[in-house]
Structure formats: structure tokens, C-alpha cells
Design a protein around this ligand. Structure first.
Ligand SMILES: *[C@@H]1O[C@H](CO)[C@@H](O)[C@H](O)[C@H]1NC(C)=O
Ligand SMILES: *[C@@H]1O[C@H](CO)[C@@H](O)[C@H](O)[C@H]1NC(C)=O
Ligand SMILES: *[C@@H]1O[C@H](CO)[C@@H](O)[C@H](O)[C@H]1NC(C)=O
Ligand SMILES: *[C@@H]1O[C@H](CO)[C@@H](O)[C@H](O)[C@H]1NC(C)=O
Ligand SMILES: *[C@@H]1O[C@H](CO)[C@@H](O)[C@H](O)[C@H]1NC(C)=O
Ligand SMILES: *[C@@H]1O[C@H](CO)[C@@H](O)[C@H](O)[C@H]1NC(C)=O
Ligand SMILES: *[C@@H]1O[C@H](CO)[C@@H](O)[C@H](O)[C@H]1NC(C)=O
Length: 414
């Protein structure tokens, strides 16, 4: 065996990647393993490599921080692969194996999120409301310099051209949120990327895939109506307007019924109604019924993030409430008048008492200096108390009618 043959044998025993190192002089050199030239476009989420006639793709995949090893099935003549649906901010390592003229070649590509940890935007969240609008928000990374500026890019799964946020929400010049319109035409999932710049440091990006269904908050159900007979109240409503067409199976409703039978006694009830029951509920509510207030809200059955409450609808006898208020006001008025009358009476009585007994008073005054030393405090104190008791008694007398009238009101109300 010549040295060339030995070299070939050695080469066949070695890993194909190691062949790169073999640089043999002479006419029959072993060709170096061809470079596949792996490239990754993060925005298009596509891994691509050089395409040649004699290249057969064998295996392709990546190691993802959260999802682990991800493999992709390849067609023989494929020269690119899409990795949609995997957030990249934790970094990924791609690998590709191909056959080139009976030789197997593997190449790796490490894609990293450059910049210091903690510089990326945090607490990213989005909400879709009113069927067509979306608001997103985030906070500054704790390690990001103060001059950091963040930018949001969004792309939906129809792979339409991505767009930058058209209307940023700012906080002292820094973008901390985004308001978008026309999201009703978007596909069911979207890719969100927040990257940033600073003069002092490289800023890491944050990215996320969100299912639009999970971030939508439904409008309140429309046209809420209540029709009552002697025993029941039939509550009806209409499906809320939403971003995409909703089937009744997707929807869940919550009915809040509150009632009040007088100023003290009130109650509340939450009723869950699945959408497939036809947007109708028979509330057991025998007559005579108190004043009820009804509100309804909707959510996706699987997500259960409740939307806003509908405007309150009242039903039940409003007159009872009206009457009660009148009675209450009459009682208050009565009390005030009685109190005034009583105090006038007392004042008049007192004055008359003073006018009628001037002589004993003078007598008292004369004795005053004399007796004061001898009279113990205990005997004086009850006298003072007596006056207090009298005052209390007059107040009680006035207060008594209050209690009886309100009793009458409660017994009259049912
Ligand atoms: C693969 O095909 C190209 C032409 O398409 C050729 O130049 C090259 O030498 C071939 N490589 C191998 C390893 O056969
Ligand atoms: C690639 O080559 C290996 C041997 O080098 C062979 O076993 C395998 O079947 C080939 N794969 C394809 C897809 O051609
Ligand atoms: C933001 O997120 C960080 C972790 O990512 C958490 O520790 C912090 O409490 C969050 N802040 C707010 C205001 O939600
Ligand atoms: C969405 O953002 C806009 C603009 O900042 C604001 O006016 C609106 O109240 C927000 N709506 C919701 C539901 O957050
Ligand atoms: C942020 O990402 C978008 C989309 O990939 C890119 O066009 C833009 O240049 C990036 N901006 C920064 C500051 O990295
Ligand atoms: C409410 O009902 C009226 C008449 O029945 C209808 O014209 C209207 O579109 C309904 N509104 C909603 C929000 O469904
Ligand atoms: C009131 O309506 C409910 C539901 O429609 C019905 O079951 C009930 O029989 C009705 N009661 C009377 C007294 O008509």
C-alpha cells in the first residue's frame, strides 16, 4: 500500500467532518468536505443551505431551550427549512446532515441572542379588544441602559409581511406599549418580536408566539332583554362581536343577578351559562319580586378570560324601591320636626320655670357660699346626671316613632 492509499483508508475511517483537516500533497488528494453554508434568517424563521445537484438532504433539526430536540422531515432536494412556532430569545442550535456523492456531511449553526442578560424587554403581554384592536405592553429590562429604545414587530401565521408597531405608547420617551388596529384579518397565531437599541450596550430581543384566541377579550353580549311572568324571568342576549366567527360551543357566559328588597337586605347570584344553550336563561323569580339588576359577560370556553360586563338591566318592581325611599324620607322629616318641636317645648318650659321661681333662686344664691363646703360631691353628681337622663328621655321619645314607622314599611312591602 502506498502513502496515498493509506491516507484514503484513514480518511474513510474518520468522521467526515475531520476530513476538512486532511490536506495531502500530491495529485490524488481527498476533496475537503464541501461547506453547506448554513444560514438562518430569524425574521423569516428559515434555515437555508447551498443547493447542489448531487446533494441529498438527510436530516435537519435544532436544539431548543424549552422544547428540546426538534427534528424536521426533509424532501431530498430541499435546500431550506422553516422553523415557525419556536421562540428564539433563549438561543437555538441548528444541525443539518446531507449526502453529497455517497458522503455524509453534518454542519451546525449556533444562533444566539447577543447582548447582556436582563437587557431585553420584560413582562410582555397583549390583549385584543373590540374585535379589531390590539394593545401590547412591556417593561424595560432591569439591566438595560436608560437610553434604551424598544421596537415591536409583528407577523401573523399567514406569513404576511411583518410590520412594525404603528402607534407606540411611550413613557418618558421610551416605548412601553403598542396600539394596533385591523387585527380582525389576521390569522390565528402571530409572532411578536421586541428588539432594542442603546448607545451603551447591545440589547437582547424578546420574542413570543401568541394564539390570538387566548388574548382576546370579548365585548359584552348585546341586546340583553328580560321578560317576566308570574314565576320566571326569561333573560335573552346576543353573541358578542368578536375578531373571528365564534361558534356557540366556543362561548361561555356569566350572568350576575343582584337584588335588593329594602335598604338592608340585598343579594347576588352568579350563573354560568354555556353558549350552546341558545343565549337564554329562565330565572326562577316568583312574584312579587324585588328590584333586580342584571349584567352579562362572555369568554372563550377554553380560555375563560372574561370580557367586560354589559350595561346593567333592571327588572322587578321598581315602585317598591320608590315607596321605600319615600317612607324613609318621611320618617327622617318626621323625626326632625318632632325634635324641633320638643326642643321648643323644653325651652319654653324652662323659661316659664325661671320666670315663675325667681324667689327660691335668690334664696339659693344667698345660701350658696354657706352650703357649698358642706355638700359632698356625690350628692351633686346625681343631680347633673338627672339632667342628662331627662335629655336622653326626650330623644328616645322622638326616636320611637321612627322605629314603628319603619316596621310598618317592612311589613307593608311584601
Ligand atoms: C457535485 O456536483 C457538482 C456539480 O453540480 C460538482 O461540481 C461537484 O464536483 C460534485 N461533488 C461531488 C462531491 O461529487
Ligand atoms: C446517505 O448516505 C449514507 C451512506 O453514506 C446512506 O446510508 C444513506 O442511505 C444516504 N441517505 C440518503 C437519504 O441518501
Ligand atoms: C416582570 O417580570 C419579572 C420577571 O420576568 C418579574 O419578576 C416582575 O415581577 C414583573 N413585573 C411586573 C410589574 O409584572
Ligand atoms: C389601548 O390603547 C389605547 C391607546 O393607548 C388606549 O386608548 C385604550 O384605552 C387601550 N385599551 C385597552 C382595552 O387597553
Ligand atoms: C429588529 O427586528 C427587525 C425585524 O427583524 C429588524 O428589521 C430591525 O432592524 C431590528 N432592530 C434592531 C434594533 O435590532
Ligand atoms: C339588537 O336588536 C336589534 C333589533 O332586534 C338589532 O337591529 C341590533 O342589530 C341588535 N344588536 C346587536 C348588538 O345584536
Ligand atoms: C313562566 O314561564 C316559565 C318559562 O317559560 C314557564 O315554565 C312557566 O310555566 C310560566 N309560568 C306561568 C305561570 O305562566
Amino acid at each position: 500500500m502506498g502513502p496515498v492509499a493509506e491516507a484514503v483508508l484513514l480518511a474513510m475511517l474518520l468522521e467526515p467532518a475531520l476530513l476538512l483537516v486532511q490536506e495531502l500533497p500530491g495529485p490524488a488528494t481527498v476533496e475537503p468536505a464541501p461547506c453547506l453554508n448554513l444560514k438562518f434568517d430569524p425574521w423569516a424563521m428559515t434555515l437555508s443551505w447551498d443547493c447542489r445537484e448531487n446533494t441529498t438532504a438527510v436530516e435537519c433539526g435544532m436544539i431548543h431551550a424549552e422544547k428540546g430536540l426538534v427534528s424536521v422531515k426533509l424532501q431530498e432536494k430541499q435546500c431550506a427549512s422553516s422553523f415557525w412556532n419556536y421562540a428564539l430569545h433563549a438561543g437555538v442550535t441548528f444541525h443539518l446532515t446531507v449526502n453529497i456523492s455517497q458522503r455524509q456531511v453534518t454542519e451546525r449553526l449556533v444562533y444566539t441572542n447577543t447582548g447582556q442578560e436582563g437587557t431585553a424587554a420584560q413582562n410582555f403581554s397583549c390583549v385584543i379588544y373590540n374585535a379589531n384592536y390590539m394593545n401590547c405592553s412591556w417593561t424595560k429590562g432591569p439591566a438595560a441602559p436608560d437610553d434604551v429604545q424598544y421596537f415591536l414587530y409583528v407577523r401573523d401565521s399567514k406569513k404576511q409581511l411583518g410590520r412594525q408597531c404603528p402607534h407606540y405608547v411611550q413613557e418618558s420617551g421610551m416605548h412601553v406599549g403598542c396600539h394596533m388596529q385591523d387585527v380582525s384579518s389576521w390569522a390565528s397565531e402571530a409572532y411578536f418580536l421586541v428588539n432594542g437599541t442603546s448607545r451603551h450596550a447591545e440589547i437582547r430581543f424578546f420574542d413570543s408566539f401568541l394564539s390570538l384566541k387566548t388574548i382576546e377579550r370579548y365585548n359584552p353580549p348585546g341586546n340583553v332583554t328580560v321578560h317576566c311572568n308570574t314565576t320566571h324571568c326569561c333573560i335573552r342576549w346576543q353573541k358578542p362581536r368578536a375578531r373571528s366567527r365564534l361558534s356557540d360551543l366556543d362561548l361561555q357566559y356569566q350572568l350576575q343577578v343582584q337584588w335588593q328588597d329594602n335598604i338592608e337586605r340585598a343579594g347576588s347570584q352568579l350563573i354560568e351559562v354555556p353558549g350552546y344553550l341558545g343565549n337564554e336563561y329562565q330565572l326562577l323569580s316568583p312574584q312579587p319580586r324585588d328590584v333586580h339588576t342584571l349584567r352579562i359577560r362572555a369568554a372563550d370556553t377554553r380560555v375563560l378570560q372574561w370580557g367586560a360586563w354589559s350595561q346593567p338591566v333592571t327588572f322587578g318592581s321598581k315602585e317598591v324601591g320608590g315607596k321605600l325611599v319615600h317612607v324613609y324620607m318621611l320618617v327622617v322629616l318626621g323625626t326632625v320636626i318632632c325634635a324641633l318641636a320638643a326642643s321648643c317645648l323644653i325651652q319654653r318650659l324652662c323659661r316659664r320655670h325661671r320666670l315663675l321661681s325667681p324667689v327660691p333662686q335668690i334664696k339659693d344664691k344667698l345660701n350658696d357660699g354657706h352650703q357649698l363646703d358642706q355638700v359632698p360631691w356625690e350628692t351633686l353628681a346625681p343631680a347633673a346626671e338627672k339632667g342628662d337622663v331627662e335629655d336622653l328621655l326626650t330623644v328616645e321619645e322622638v326616636a320611637e316613632p321612627t322605629a314603628t314607622t319603619s316596621d310598618a314599611a317592612t311589613s307593608a312591602s311584601p
